[in-house]
Ligand binder design. Structure first.
Ligand code: GCV
Length: 702
């Protein structure tokens, strides 16, 4: 196994310096298996660089001053382990007394620090790997004073990244749909990447932030990509082999029409016996090649993808046939709830895209197999910079739900703008759909403590990585990927603290002047960058004022008269979408109390979502005390000022960060500023012309 970065690739949050504390220690790694080998290899690499040493398990019990004189600063051990150094054995006994076997589960680990050394124990190999990367995060403090025994377990069992990567270069969407970081890590011009070194390095980065599953192709499954399931399984197996040492299982996006397109059957009807047999047989062959294959991801009856509606069947019928094929092997189907009518008539005010997922799926609650995970975008529309949570999250207590985020910044600046998204995700994860004191969105995704008690489906996100040397195009967009993994592991983490971890790992330990200045600067630039982005783009939750097609930059009416169902309804008197039960589309009724009433009420609705739920006059006074029109002007002027400040702040880091990183970010901040000014001027001019209301402060509006 090669943990070295390819030479031209940025080491992201695992630069060699991140391993300094670990690498200068005397380490014992006990246990067997692929992932334990990874731990041993990582430790050995670090020690080779920083002067430490890694030992094989001892032939008999030893302690810090044993007869052989062996002394360990760190023991990483799989338990039950027959022979452990005495300090580690004592930790194991303490653990058993307090918790009993199984408490650490498949991926958990225990960390303890005694005067003699640090001990990490796990009951399964993945736990040891996550324990190792936890030590990397802790750095020297892992070896400091005594630490009480800590148990770490992921909140979500499934922490997955979906790649919207195409095998062939798509004529419109390119190699990676909504990809802003170069080509694909996996595919190039119709073929698998011949050299998978970067895929291995990617797996390592993902393991270090907690991700454990990856879907390697786009949910829009085109002709060549369909064949990954059958004719090109070898490519999938090769990728799985490279990711396996980091505890990452591979999933495939498949086409619902595969039995027809690949199997030559006359139908893909999920209730047809031949179709069921085809899926069962095909899936068996997948597991012959990839024994730890994770399962399928399906986008059906959505944006042109085939699905069960063609046969008059429900999405439960559709998902269950795939689930039955996967069940004997322990696989799952991630069935996406992103189903809506994308050819609607814009004149028709009764059809509301926001309602679609709940209308389609809520009636099917309880009808899905246990190994179906319904994958729900966190908002009811489509990854806008601000949306309420999807009502599906609260509507299906008898179904395993996964919540889907978008790390790739399709609608949040396309990795040309700094937009740290973790504060947004954290807000979503902490949201309580049934009101204060009730379960959170994170609880629903994790399963167990929710109303219906179905096992959770975890968290999924669309990856923002490509073959760009900085992985994510914008070097600071790496923080979003890192934060996604960390929040999926523990949704209660403070997003600013997560950012701090990322800064510390990625930059700070190698900074000549010490970590202080760069930390301060990056927090100033990034902590509030999502709000900044929100300020200079579409106002008050209304969304979709982007340029149609590529979705970058402003175009206020770009979607207004299209079939996509994404409208703001601005006229000379006001703006916003009436989604109330009283006079609008009735969408508010899809939420349980208290939110169905909070959102229904123009007085109680939170300002930041006002135009998502209500059509109001420009003079409407917000809860903040400002009018809607003045709020639009103020936030757009402020947003641009904030970007200018970010840019000045970054300038001052010249000489303190890698020159390549500095130059790339500087160039992108120039573009962010240009684009923010364009947003400000188009939005302000548009609403001034519609409303005729001047800015209270007389600032220039073109
Ligand atoms: C992969 C949005 C994007 C599409 C994407 C789709 C989805 O509509 O613009 O590129 O398709 O979401 O999530 O399936």
């Amino acid at each position: 196994m090669n943990t070295a970065q390819p030479n031209d690739v940025h080491a992201a949050w695992l630069p060699p310096e991140a391993f300094r504390a670990l690498g200068s220690r005397h380490i014992l790694v006990c246990g067997e298996g692929t992932l334990v080998d990874t731990v041993r290899h990582e430790a050995a690499q670090a020690c080779a660089r920083y002067g430490g040493r890694v030992d094989l398990p001892p032939p008999r019990p030893v302690d810090a001053r044993s007869a052989s004189g062996t002394s360990y600063d760190l023991v990483l051990a799989l338990i039950p382990a027959g022979l452990l150094p005495i300090t580690a054995a004592a930790v194991e006994v303490g653990y058993r007394r307090r918790h009993g076997p199984g408490a650490l589960d498949e991926e958990g680990f225990l960390l303890a620090r005694h005067a003699e050394g640090t001990v990490v124990l796990a009951e399964a190999p993945a736990g040891l790997l996550y324990g190792l990367f936890h030590l990397v995060r802790l750095g020297e403090s892992a070896f400091g004073l005594t630490r009480p025994m800590e148990l770490h377990r992921p909140a979500m069992r499934r922490r997955m990244l979906d790649h919207w990567d195409n095998v062939d270069v798509h004529p419109v969407m390119g190699q990676v749909e909504r990809g802003y970081a170069g080509g694909s890590l996996f595919w190039r011009d119709g073929a698998r990447q011949a050299d998978l070194t970067r895929v291995g390095a990617y797996g390592r980065l993902l393991a270090a932030c907690g991700v454990n599953a990856v879907a390697v192709n786009n949910v829009n499954v085109h002709t060549t990509e369909m064949r990954l399931l059958t004719h090109r399984l070898g490519d999938v197996a090769a990728i799985a082999d490279v990711l396996r040492p980091y505890g990452i299982r591979v999933h495939l996006s498949v086409s619902f029409a595969a039995p027809v397109a690949l199997g030559g059957l006359p139908t893909a009807d999920p209730l047809d016996g031949g179709v069921r047999a085809w899926w069962a047989d095909t899936t068996r062959q997948v597991y012959e090649r990839v024994p730890d294959f994770g399962g399928y991801v399906v986008k059906a009856d959505s944006e042109g993808q085939p699905g069960p509606f063609a046969y008059g069947r429900s999405h439960a019928d559709g998902a269950n046939v795939l689930a039955d094929a996967l069940a004997p092997f322990g696989g799952v189907v991630h069935w996406r709830a992103f189903v809506y009518h994308h050819r609607q008539d814009w004149r028709d005010r009764s059809t509301d895209r926001a309602r679609a997922a709940c209308d389609h799926f809520a009636p099917l609650d309880g009808q899905f197999r246990d190994n179906v995970i319904l994958q729900v975008k966190h908002g009811p529309m489509d990854f806008q910079p601000r949306e309420p949570i999807s009502p599906v999250i609260a509507a299906m207590p008898g179904t395993r739900l996964a919540v889907e985020f978008q790390v790739t910044q399709e609608y949040t600046g396309q990795q040309r703008h700094v937009c740290y998204l973790a504060p947004w995700w954290s807000e979503v994860l902490r949201f309580t759909p049934w009101g204060d004191g009730g379960p959170t969105v994170a609880d629903v995704a994790a399963g167990g403590s929710t109303a219906g008690e179905a096992a959770g489906g975890g968290l999924v996100a669309v990856s923002n990585v490509g073959d760009d040397p900085f992985w994510t195009g914008h070097p600071l967009a790496q923080a979003n990927l890192y934060a996604f993994g960390r929040l999926a592991w523990d949704p209660r983490l403070d997003p600013v603290a997560v950012l701090d971890e990322w800064i510390q790992l990625t930059f700070a330990r190698s900074t000549p002047g010490g970590p202080g200045p760069i930390r301060r600067a990056l927090h100033e630039i990034m902590d509030d960058s999502w709000h900044t982005y929100e300020r200079y783009t579409a106002p008050l939750g209304v969304g979709f004022m982007v340029r149609p097609g590529h979705h970058y930059g402003p175009d206020v009416d770009g979607y207004e008269y299209t079939p996509w169902g994404t409208y703001h309804f601005a006229d000379r008197d006001g703006v916003g979408v009436d989604r109330t039960r009283a006079s609008g589309t009735g969408f508010t009724g899809q939420y349980p109390p208290p939110w169905r009433d909070v959102y229904e009420s123009v007085e109680r609705c939170p300002d930041e979502l006002l135009l998502f739920f209500h059509h109001v006059p420009y003079g409407h006074v917000l809860r903040s005390g400002s009018t809607v029109i003045q709020h639009i002007y103020d936030t757009h002027f402020a947003g641009v000022e904030q970007v200018a400040a970010m840019r000045r702040r970054w300038e001052r880091l010249a000489g303190m960060v890698d020159p390549g990183v500095h130059a790339r970010v500087r160039e992108l901040l120039d573009e962010q500023l240009r684009c923010a000014q364009e947003w400000r001027d188009q939005i302000n001019a548009y609403f001034f012309r519609k409303s005729g209301v001047p800015d209270a402060y007389g600032r220039p509006i073109p």
